[in-house]
Design a binder for this molecule. Structure first.
Ligand code: 3AM
Length: 184
């Protein structure tokens, strides 16, 4: 655990890309036709959110770490195959429409465990995505995306500092997913 003080911090569970996947995501972002007011997400901020928890007091962080450490899901691969424009948050994302069963299991179990600890999240369903650009007020003309695979071997508890012009994310804790051969 790093850099946490007594005040509340904004936390979420997410998957952070490895270096090669980060490059594929950056390639996808570079091909987007965006107006000048749009903001590309800095490549160090790429992530795939699993569960947004929100503002958390320092003493509660441990219970989130216990939840993260209790997950028993195998590693999985996702294929990102298309751009999507989401009008409400005004973002363009790279999306994966096929959800591997271990990812659905991880998402369900995380949300069940969070609810048991009174963290009730407003998440209706899993939509695997990486946000590429924000502040996109109108749907751009989106071309086909060069698809890429993302092999997910671990997931993190992330801290989001939104005090600057761009959010700054730091990893609070990381957990490996199970190798298929050591499935519980
Ligand atoms: O992974 P994406 O970019 O979709 O939009 C925020 C970002 O999502 C989302 O959590 C991720 C890390 O900041 N987020 C921020 N505030 C949120 C909220 N109140 C939220 N998700 C749900 N509820």
């Amino acid at each position: 655990m790093t850099g946490l003080d007594d005040s509340k911090v904004r936390l979420f569970f997410a998957v952070v890309p490895d270096a090669a996947t980060r490059e594929r995501i950056a390639d996808a972002a570079a091909s987007l036709p965006l107006e000048s007011e749009a903001r590309l997400v800095p490549r160090n901020n790429y992530h795939m959110t699993l569960a947004f928890v929100g503002e958390v007091a320092a003493p509660q962080i441990q219970s989130l770490q216990q939840i993260g450490g209790a997950q028993r899901t195998t590693a999985f691969a996702l294929r990102f195959e298309s751009y999507e424009y989401w009008p409400k948050p005004e973002v363009v994302v790279a999306a994966s429409r096929t959800i591997p069963p271990p990812m659905e299991q991880l998402w369900q179990q995380l949300h069940r465990d969070l609810a048991e600890q009174q963290w009730v999240l407003d998440a209706k369903r899993l939509r695997p995505h990486v946000t590429l650009a924000r502040k996109v007020p109108q749907a751009p003309v989106l071309q086909a995306m060069s698809s890429f695979e993302w092999l997910v071997r671990d997931f993190c508890l992330m801290r989001s500092d939104t005090s600057g012009p761009q959010p700054a994310y730091t990893v609070v804790d990381t957990w490996s997913l199970l190798d298929n051969r050591e499935k519980a």
